[in-house]
Design a protein around this ligand. Structure first.
Ligand code: TRP
Length: 468
């Protein structure tokens, strides 16, 4: 399959430089990738989809997908990005030709850019909820009130489309401002202390949930698999989430990989990111489900889950108002570092292809996302009725489902096929720096066989072609 067309490979590789500068260090890269991976996916989405899909078995499928499918693809994206050193579209075109295949692989890059726009359109609206909750909790409105009041406050929040629109707009403005200035400046530093702070706050919350008296029930809920509760649809959601939470399948990591210094180990970096991301998601689950059970709430209540459960915990603990405010601030920052990763591939592509300034590219891309986001804003109020739904789901649910569970896995599948089959072994082993030892062999077979087949089976099962 592989036909490497350049004889003097080493000369070409060392000449190729990123057009946007490099990360200042390996740590900076790890932080940036972790910042993109850890976000609303871990704290907002993981608990609610786990609740909707019955707990334990779902978590198990998710974990298997993260390590057997997500990790090798994460490595592939980094290595492809670093080898191409361009935006994902150009990188795919370049590598496709260079490895003796086709330059049409660039369409895979574009597919990812579309997915990024779709994901960010709803991501920004939810991040807006977190921002709104900074002020709701900061004002003390949620202190010392019952779980019912907290839940009705959230209902009222969703009904107020003007407020959702305001915060969505605000969040996109901040995102545009930061990416317009260039990613490295400021952001690297912010991530450096915000991520650890978020982690510590989750540990504080964990202490609370351990004292609810229902901690072990929460643990059981998360880790005791009951496969009867798992439908083909749950499989596809668990797999889609593995892609979503690691930010893979759309070229975002490829774009970041383009700025990675040549001597950094890709394997170690990828493993570190996957562990950090998984740890944070599981922690969020361990915090939330004991609270759900202790207060007789409904774990399957959907996207509002953390906004209806965590305030209950905060309202009952000492310094609750302070912690709640801090928590939603940190959550907003976690969302911001992910939003930047979601839009960066599009920006790099626009700048390199159309020679626009970074500011102009950021403005135009953000306006597109903002308009698309209106669909999500109205999904919770004006358009929540059945007459505005498709396939029995709101606009928000459809965008999320299609982008996260279909576009990301398919994108990831082709990335994996590209890295495993199309690229020459000399190229991939050169980038990974494993030589040909067991780590390289594992990566090759996970990329060639396991990851593509896993995506294929789940898709076929979902569309009823095969029965699991
Ligand atoms: N991983 C992010 C989260 O869990 C969301 C996300 C999906 C993302 N794809 C991405 C972030 C691409 C950055 C780049 O919240």
């Amino acid at each position: 399959m592989c036909r490497y067309i350049f004889e003097q490979e080493n000369i070409i590789m060392s000449n190729r430089k990123s057009l946007h500068g490099n990360w200042s260090s390996r740590t900076a890269f790890i932080l940036a990738v972790t910042g993109s991976a850890v976000g609303l996916g871990n704290i907002w989405k993981f608990p609610y989809i786990t609740g909707e899909n019955g707990g334990g078995a779902f978590v198990l499928v998710y974990l298997v997908c993260v390590f057997a499918v997500g990790l090798p693809i994460l490595m592939s994206e980094i290595l492809m990005g670093r080898r191409g050193r361009r935006n994902p579209v150009k990188t795919m075109e370049l590598l496709g030709e260079e490895e003796g295949n086709s330059k049409h692989w660039k369409w895979l890059g574009l597919w990812g850019i579309v997915a990024g726009f779709l994901i960010l359109s709803f991501y920004s609206v939810i991040a807006g909820w977190a921002l709104a909750y900074v002020f709701k909790s900061g004002s003390g409105a949620l202190a010392g009130v019952s779980a019912e009041t907290i839940s009705s406050t959230f209902g009222a929040h969703l009904g107020d489309w003007k407020s959702l629109l305001f915060w969505h707009t605000f969040f996109m403005l901040v995102t545009a401002f930061i990416v317009g200035r260039g990613v490295q400046r400021g952001l690297e530093k912010a991530v450096q202390f915000l991520m650890p702070a978020l982690f510590i706050l989750l540990l504080v919350l964990l202490l609370y949930s351990m004292n609810t008296g229902h901690f072990m029930d929460g643990v059981k809920y998360l880790f005791e698999p009951d496969f009867d509760k798992l439908s083909p649809n749950s499989w596809i959601i668990a797999m889609g989430h593995a892609f979503f939470t690691l930010s893979v399948g759309m070229g975002a990591i490829m774009a970041y990989g383009a700025y990675l210094p040549q001597d950094t180990s890709i394997g170690t970096t990828a493993v570190a990111v996957v562990f950090a991301d998984t740890l944070i998601a599981l922690l969020a689950g361990l915090v939330i489900f004991p609270i759900v059970i202790a207060n007789g709430l409904d774990g399957g209540s959907g996207p509002g889950l953390i906004f209806e459960t965590l305030p209950v915990a905060f309202s009952q603990m000492p310094f609750g108002t302070l912690f709640a405010t801090l928590f939603f601030i940190l959550l907003s920052f976690a969302a911001l570092t992910s939003a930047i990763g979601l839009i960066e591939p599009a920006l790099a592509w626009i700048i390199e292809s159309f020679k626009w300034s970074r500011i102009k590219a950021a403005a135009v891309a953000s306006i597109i996302v903002w308009v698309l986001g209106l669909g999500t804003v109205f999904s919770f109020n004006l358009w929540s009725g059945e007459e505005y739904q498709f396939f029995g789901k709101t606009v928000f649910d459809n965008i999320d489902y299609f982008a996260s569970n279909i576009m990301l896995p398919l994108g990831g599948m082709f990335i994996s096929i590209f890295a495993g089959w199309v690229m020459c072994r000399v190229s991939t082993s050169d980038e990974l720096g494993f030589g040909t030892d067991w780590r390289y062999t594992s990566w090759v077979w996970l990329s060639r066989i396991v990851a593509p087949l896993a995506v294929l089976f789940v898709m076929l099962a979902k569309f009823g072609v095969i029965k699991p």
